[in-house]
Design a protein around this ligand. Structure first.
Ligand SMILES: N[C@@H](CCC(=O)N[C@@H](CS)C(=O)NCC(=O)O)C(=O)O
Length: 226
């Protein structure tokens, strides 16, 4: 969003779990990222950030000016906020079993400590993140079962022009990173990359670190076959 607005910024990455404490120490009201300091103001949450940036620098806008179109983009944006959970769960589930892909996810991260050290000491962070994100077998199974319909929904919004327009809007920028994260799982990438949702993900986030080799039980991916 900042890049689209042409606003220069400095990015800081926080380790999961520790981020909650760090954000409190930085006097943010909540415990989630993204969180932004702008001119001394603290703006937290992707939806708040989109609206704040549109008022700070209206051009180019992150929302359409037509109220009906805007309502559709806001609906997709709000849905995207829930959708991310479906993808975070399988990722944490996989990392809980095998932490070796972690290094690939940390490529380019600005954590303030050496990546190798962060990865070597990540076991409790992975365990807690899996717990906070409720990455149980049951939840991962039902997230994966819902994913084909989620992708159809995104493709439908693209066909309708709600997503994937000439200029990326707040909903594109909310949903695409989640799709891109899903595409880091070798189990999921082939089901996403060649459809409109996958093209949107690559367009919005050309570079996205991380790769998880196949790990999900084949029967959990059965929904993609039909
Ligand atoms: N799109 C959401 C993302 C918020 C969110 O759930 N952030 C996660 C990371 S993607 C978080 O900070 N979780 C706390 C943690 O992992 O400790 C927003 O409204 O900002």
């Amino acid at each position: 969003m900042l890049e689209q607005k042409g606003i220069p910024y400095k990015r800081v990455d926080l380790l999961p779990v520790i981020s909650k404490v760090a954000l409190k120490a930085m006097r943010f009201p909540g415990v989630t990222v993204p969180a932004l300091k702008f001119d001394g103001e603290r703006i937290q949450g992707s939806r708040h950030i989109a609206r704040a940036l549109d008022s700070i620098r209206p051009d180019p806008p992150l929302f359409p000016s037509d109220p009906k179109q805007r309502a559709k983009v806001e609906e997709a944006e709000a849905w995207g906020d829930q959708f991310q959970h479906r993808v975070r769960q399988p990722i944490w589930w996989a990392l809980k079993r095998d932490r070796s892909p972690l290094r690939s996810y940390s490529e380019g991260a600005r954590l303030g400590i050496p990546i190798g050290l962060a990865v070597r000491t990540a076991a409790p962070i992975v365990a807690l993140s899996a717990r906070f994100n409720e990455a149980t077998d049951e939840h991962v199974r039902s997230s994966l079962a819902a994913l084909p319909a989620d992708l159809d929904r995104v493709d439908g919004w693209i066909a309708e022009g709600v997503l994937g327009g000439k200029r990326l809007n707040a909903a594109d920028l909310q949903i695409a990173p989640t799709l891109r994260l899903a595409m880091t799982m070798e189990d999921l990438r082939p089901h996403i990359e060649n459809r409109p949702a996958g093209e949107l993900a690559r367009r919005a986030v050309p570079d996205f670190p991380g790769r998880t080799p196949p790990v999900l039980p084949a029967e959990w991916l059965g929904g993609f076959r039909s």
